[in-house]
Design a protein around this ligand. Structure first.
Ligand code: FAD
Ligand code: NAD
Length: 469
């Protein structure tokens, strides 16, 4: 075992939570180490999550646009073809650039970037086991657990990484499936289902609930389902998947409906995407006394401190939405707290985006949440259809919905289905962060002709004074 090295903080995990936490800690003058079991940095997000999925979504969208989107512009393209291997290489190159960039950033900030599996011994000691079995003992004043999440398993469905894959496998299929069966109509299912549907696969989505995208505003999710169904995704709701059986190149997926009736579908690839679970294997939580909840998440207080003083946790491994930017902001908050500042994350203003076409974006409360909490609210809605820029883009599908408190007019939520929804939601996230009212948003000048005028019209509609409705 190597000699002791003393750090102010040791971060375990180099995903968006961990590496951002390490950079902020180093910026604030803390002597910092970041431990990562994989040879590349960036965690799920950069290696097998946000980035590769968006690269494939973009490439496949180009194919779909060439095949279906140009006729109304008077442009005809014949003989559209694509090279899947080249698409995959582009994706891998982007991942390589970004993971290499994170490694550089750690170096630039003089962070000790250590490769190996981190195990917590106590609040002041992390032991790192290297690939060759050698161990390095790190002495530290504080530890930040940022070990993220892994795909959830489903009994009866074995991920063989060939015919039955998880999201990592679905980002690297060797060929376009003839028939892809998705288990789970959540974010991963719809994003990766869109990729393969655009490239020519028949896609069947089996979802346990009676709706898609749990957590997304109900009206928006329903509208999104209609649009995605029109793009060829076939949805079976209320489908409780029982098993997937592989026979050569075929997989039979069997499910029960709400009445108990049994059904099955045969595909050539299956994507299991029924959620993700926190990842704490081999971390030594039990031995160190770090409490986990029933779902395996590390329990933290308002300052991200675990049940053991001096040990903190952030990102997918704790409660809350499993989003890269949520992990990042928690990492910043912990680093600032450790350096004596007042780190804080406003959970009322965390946007989330589903990168289908069109995109689905939301921030703040959904209508269902406001109803359940008994909060009185007004709703303003405006469709993409009448907007000039939407027409010019040929992107008239969708709507913006702004939810504001009935008495104070304070913005409580905004939900969008439509082109570039992921960019449009940003101004509402800032508005919520600043405690703005719907009237504030409505009185802010929005450039013409832009899609952002739809957000303004929806804000105006809260007071029933939309101008173009
Ligand atoms: P992770 O990114 O999971 O990083 C944890 C790191 O810790 C990993 O590198 C792991 O190897 C390492 N680790 C674990 N245990 C140890 C140990 N004992 N010692 C050393 N290292 C260890 N979110 C978005 O916001 N936008 C998106 O568009 C988006 N798209 C996604 C697409 C897919 C297909 C998937 C799977 C996820 C996507 N997400 C997206 C979710 C996002 O990836 C996660 O929310 C985010 O990566 C969480 O960050 P994290 O730092 O908490 O954990
Ligand atoms: P999810 O929670 O979004 O969706 C899982 C779906 O599977 C749910 O609709 C659930 O009802 C369904 N399900 C569960 N058991 C089932 C069964 N037996 N049969 C049929 N359906 C079943 O999870 P996910 O899509 O796996 O994504 C995991 C996480 O990754 C998400 O929570 C999200 O935060 C994150 N992510 C984010 C993005 C993004 O921000 N764009 C993209 C991908 C992933």
């Amino acid at each position: 075992m190597a000699e002791d090295t003393r750090y102010d903080v040791v971060v375990i995990g180099s995903g968006p939570g961990g590496y951002v936490c390490a950079i902020r800690a180093a910026q604030l003058g803390l002597r910092t180490a970041c431990v990562e079991v994989y040879p590349t940095r960036g965690g799920t997000c950069l290696n097998v999550g946000c980035i590769p999925s968006k690269a494939l979504l973009e490439s496949s969208e180009r194919v779909a646009a060439l095949e279906h989107g140009l006729a109304e512009h008077g442009v005809s393209v014949e003989g559209v073809s694509f090279d899947l291997a080249a698409m995959m290489k582009r994706k891998d190159d982007i991942v390589g650039k970004l993971t290499g960039g994170v490694a550089q950033l750690l170096k630039k900030n003089k962070i000790a970037s250590i490769t190996g599996r981190g195990r917590i011994v106590d609040a002041n000691t992390v032991v790192v086991t290297k690939e060759d079995g050698a161990e390095e003992r790190l002495a530290t004043d504080a530890i930040v657990i940022a070990t993220g999440s892994k795909p959830s398993p489903l009994p009866g469905v074995e991920v063989d990484k060939d015919r039955v894959v998880d999201s990592t496998g679905a980002l690297a299929l060797p060929e376009v499936p003839k028939h892809l069966v998705l288990i789970g109509a959540g974010v991963i299912g719809l994003e990766l289902g869109s990729v393969w549907a655009r490239l020519g696969a028949k896609v069947t989505v089996l979802e346990y609930l009676d709706r898609i995208l749990p957590g997304v505003d109900g009206e928006i999710a329903k509208a999104a389902q209609k649009v995605l169904a029109a793009q060829g995704l076939e949805f079976v709701l209320g489908a409780r998947v029982q098993k997937a059986e592989v026979d050569g190149a075929e997989v039979t997926v069997t499910w029960k409906d709400a009445e108990g009736g049994e059904h099955s579908v045969v595909g050539d690839r299956v994507l299991l995407a029924v959620g993700r679970r926190p990842y704490t294997e081999g971390l030594g939580c039990a031995e160190a006394g770090v409490e986990l909840d029933k779902r395996g998440r590390v329990v933290v207080d308002g300052d991200y401190q675990t049940s053991v003083p001096g040990i903190f946790a952030i990102g997918d491994v704790i409660a809350g939405p499993m989003l890269a930017h949520k992990a990042e902001d928690e990492g910043i908050a912990v680093a600032e707290n450790l350096a004596g500042h007042a780190g804080h994350v406003n959970y009322a203003a965390i946007p989330s985006i589903v990168y289908t076409h069109p995109e689905i974006a939301g921030v703040g409360k959904t209508e269902e949440e406001l109803e359940a909490e008994g909060v009185p609210y007004e709703k303003g809605r405006f469709r993409f259809g009448p907007n000039g820029r939407a027409m010019a883009l040929g992107e008239t599908e969708g709507l913006v919905k702004v939810l504001a408190h009935k008495e104070t007019d304070r913005i409580l939520g905004c939900h969008i289905l439509g082109a570039r929804a992921g960019d449009l939601i940003a101004e509402v996230a800032v508005a919520i962060e600043l405690g703005a009212s719907a009237e504030d948003l409505a009185r802010s000048v929005h450039a013409h002709p832009t899609l952002s005028e739809i957000v303004r019209e929806a804000a105006l509609d809260v007071a029933r004074r939309a101008l173009h409705k």
